[in-house]
Design a protein around this ligand. Structure first.
Ligand SMILES: NC(=O)c1ccc[n+]([C@@H]2O[C@H](COP(=O)([O-])OP(=O)(O)OC[C@H]3O[C@@H](n4cnc5c(N)ncnc54)[C@H](OP(=O)(O)O)[C@@H]3O)[C@@H](O)[C@H]2O)c1
Length: 278
């Protein structure tokens, strides 16, 4: 009960302004990576009520086929690109397929991989670093670079689905995920002015924990305070029609300030915590 109350304060229930969203996306082509599950899937369902053409990108074709049926039942159209975005050849094929589109009005870079593991348990797991970097940084950067001319022609918008963790100090256990998300966020924000010059709008959304498959394997998060996936998707819809470059929780400035002012304390505390685990 208390937990629910706290969640409703931290992640207040938001609604979509249907008129504004409709004005922004009706008749548009929207590419969503990581469309098969979690935030991406919820987002596609929400957008499908506004006569859009959705291009779904992820690995699990069967799930995307079911999603495409729901999208079409809601009055929109859907195309599926089933691709493993770790695989060089499949990334290239995905880009080529996307370049066949007449236009891309919104490219929502949402596919991602999270990992939480201590350094001690990561010594033989260099692949945690290569995989998180591949999916969270290198592949989206590669796709967006290749699609930039088409996005410019369409006067399109690129949205980076990011995490609050990139706004905080380096966190033990989260290094691989945080480094990859932070690298992409820096790359993305660094291009902002040039994209603007080309007529492309770039926006970022920084999530707290969201109740999806991504956090499910971690028992520590079973009772953690987290946003519902549909509410996370609603926040992307709102970002689409609102004239602001970024969205983060209303309390987002507090952990940022704590990171800035409590740097010494944080370093000391995190050292003790990790070293006490051996
Ligand atoms: N959940 C959170 O607490 C949280 C917090 C902050 C930020 N975020 C960010 O939100 C985004 C969406 O995460 P989510 O919570 O919705 O996670 P999710 O439910 O695990 O969904 C991840 C999506 O990415 C796709 N994907 C994963 N590996 C892929 C690959 N190799 N090739 C192609 N697609 C791949 C998955 O589809 P397939 O498995 O079908 O390929 C799935 O559709 C991520 O960028 C994440 O970093 C999440």
């Amino acid at each position: 009960m208390f937990r629910r109350l706290l969640e409703s304060v931290l992640f207040p229930h938001k609604k979509i302004n249907k008129t504004r969203l409709n004005n922004a996306i009706n008749g548009k082509t929207i590419v969503v990576t990581g469309a098969s599950f979690g935030i991406g899937s919820e987002l596609c369902l929400l957008l499908s009520h506004y006569n859009v053409h959705l291009v779904l990108v992820a690995r699990t074709r069967s799930v995307m086929e079911e999603l495409a049926q729901k999208i079409e039942a809601n009055g929109s159209t859907a195309a599926i690109i089933a691709a493993d975005l770790y695989d060089d050849e499949q990334i290239e094929q995905t880009i080529n397929q996307l370049l066949q589109l007449e236009r891309i009005d919104y490219f929502i870079s949402n596919a991602g991989k999270s990992i939480m593991r201590s350094l001690a348990r990561s010594l033989d797991r260099y692949h945690d670093i290569t995989r998180t970097n591949a999916l969270n940084y290198l592949t989206p950067a590669r796709m967006i670079l290749a699609l930039t001319p088409l996005l410019a022609k369409s006067k399109g918008t690129v949205i980076n689905v990011s995490s609050m963790i990139v706004l905080l100090l380096p966190a033990p256990m989260w290094c691989a995920y945080q480094a990859s998300k932070t690298a992409f966020d820096n790359w993305f924000r660094g291009n902002w002015a040039e994209w603007k010059h080309m007529g492309i709008t770039a926006k970022s959304i920084y999530y707290p924990l969201v109740k999806t498959r991504m956090i499910a394997p971690n028992p520590k998060y079973a009772n953690a305070l987290a946003m519902e996936a549909d509410q996370a998707a609603i926040r992307i819809c709102r970002l689409i029609y609102r004239n602001k470059p970024a969205q983060k929780p209303w309390w987002g400035v507090a952990p940022q300030a704590a990171s800035f002012f409590g740097k010494r304390l944080w370093n000391k505390y995190s050292y003790v915590k990790v070293s006490s685990k051996g």
